[in-house]
Ligand binder design. Sequence first.
Ligand code: NAD
Length: 375
Amino acid sequence: MKIGILKEPKGEARVALLPEAVKTLLSWGTEVIVESGAGQGSFVSDGTYETTGATIAPREAILTTADMICCIQSLSTSEISQMKSSAVLLAQMGALYNLDLTKFLLEEKRTAFSMELVPRTTRAQSMDVLSSMATVSGYKAALLAASSLPRFFPMFMTAAGSITPARVLVIGAGVAGLQAIATAKRLGATVYAFDVRRAAKEEVLSIGAKFIDVEGAKEDKGAGGYAVEQSEEYIQKQKDTIHEHAQKADAIITTAQIPGRKAPLLVEERTVLAMKPGSVIIDLAASSGGNCALSQPDQTIEINGVRIFGVDNLATQLPQDASKMYGKNYLNFLKLIIKDGAIHLNFEDDIVLGTCVCHAGEAKSPRVAQILNQS
Ligand code: NAD
């Protein structure tokens, strides 16, 4: 069986599988073909892939001959059409949002897995690309805040006077938020955080940040540890609390998301206007609607001296370790669908079923099937 690794599109420096992961695939009895330049963004040469035993090939040859294609960003429909009809495609396709692509895959009777669909269960933790990339993004968000501020993060007592530590407010203390808190703390900032989930309070306190309580959150015990949509009244209470804390903050890092929904709007325009000139907002939810009313995906804007970074895919800015983590997640998942060097799809396995967009013209993931039924 031939596994193809493609070069990611412009602007994406990560690669799905680094040479260390290729070595493991080869030890499973598969053949690996890699597009020339695939590792370039992560500073890995074609020669290094070849040394592990992979073959370097042009993109078209991989698309037309591979039995399985692994990438991070999805392929265009015209490239998918070039693949062998029996080939399996794995990528982060946004299958629940990118419905045109999902429908195309179904109509073409393709077999496709969308990596962001990996169920967030204990057994699937080692395959969870969303958590891995959230770790990278949270870390990078804190660094971006620190390097963009016109002042220090840590406290300094110097002969030239004392410098007070920067004050950072983290909104949403999930995987990315906790990493942002930990990184900002390591850099010496004073960190405040809040989240709607009660369980988050303990985690925030355990890494040394202060927790901001907003009473009255709706907790859904059946939401598997995730946030649920809050009432208008509660969201307004949150906005007022944020408004109050934002005026004292030097940096705000927002990470609040609700799976399958638009991100909650928590930092209003009046809040941005009330913030100190020179302060920054890093909005990690910008691509799902934004936690800040003024943020624009993939853009940095400045209002009254406050810079708002609408960041999307910060993980690409740390390509070596992000690719390493992605590859490890991939290998753990591939272990479930490769047996004795061949593709083996067991849809009785909840992880295989939950991650599969479609196979033989049928939507497999119950989440994908539900979204399609509603569309
Ligand atoms: P996420 O990216 O969906 O959301 C980020 C954070 O935003 C969450 O903590 C959420 O509670 C918070 N949030 C949502 N609405 C908010 C609001 N109005 N105000 C403030 N905060 C708000 O979540 P995530 O980081 O992927 O993970 C959330 C939880 O799931 C965590 O408890 C995490 O440990 C758990 N998790 C479990 C697994 C697993 O078991 N495999 C994997 C990943 C995450």
